[in-house]
Design a protein around this ligand. Structure first.
Ligand code: HEC
Length: 147
């Protein structure tokens, strides 16, 4: 339920982001002015980082790798409790990785690939309470480590 609310909010933020863009050079009403900056910021923190590695974002992600407890179950180069994460950003999509980081519990129930991994590893990945913005930084860290 929580995850579904999150998805609805994301869609809402995206829709608001688009309409704000389309009306950007028209005189906006007060309510649009108030809504636009938040919607744009939300979209920016959930977009897939592409192109050259954003070093600052990757360093931020490296911090979350420890502070969110990922390091207790994952290493980059070797299997621990969970899979080695080197190359994960090339074998999985951005959306899949973010979903797995933010709500692994739901993925283990609903996603075919996550179910397969769980069957293989025997231990469920735990929901560590990472936000989408943190997942994005974690993705950039993993993308850097996969190069
Ligand atoms: C309690 C141990 C544990 C913790 C903590 C944990 N994971 Fe996992 N992770 C796993 C296991 C086990 C799997 C394999 C799937 C499953 O069993 O649910 C997995 C799978 C994954 C995958 C998919 C790997 C692949 O090969 O497709 C990614 C990406 C991932 N974890 C990232 C993270 C990140 C980032 C964090 C920190 C926010 C984290 N994990 C925290 C145990 C953990």
């Amino acid at each position: 339920m929580k995850a579904r609310n999150g998805a609805v909010l994301l869609v809402l933020a995206m829709v608001m982001g688009c309409s704000a863009g389309e009306t950007a050079d028209q005189p906006a009403q007060d309510s649009q002015v108030a809504a636009a900056p938040a919607a744009t910021a939300a979209a920016a923190t959930t977009q897939e980082p592409t192109g050259p590695i954003d070093q600052a974002l990757a360093t931020e992600g490296e911090g979350y790798f420890t502070s969110r407890g990922c390091a207790s179950c994952h290493k980059i180069d070797a299997k621990l409790i969970g899979p080695a994460l080197k190359g994960v950003t090339t074998r999985r999509s951005y959306d899949w990785i973010v979903a797995m980081v933010v709500r692994p519990d739901s993925m283990q129930q609903n996603d075919a690939e996550a179910k397969k991994l769980l069957a293989e590893y025997g231990t469920p990945m735990v929901n560590m309470g990472a936000t989408k913005a943190e997942a994005r930084a974690l993705f950039e860290y993993l993308r850097q480590k996969s190069q």
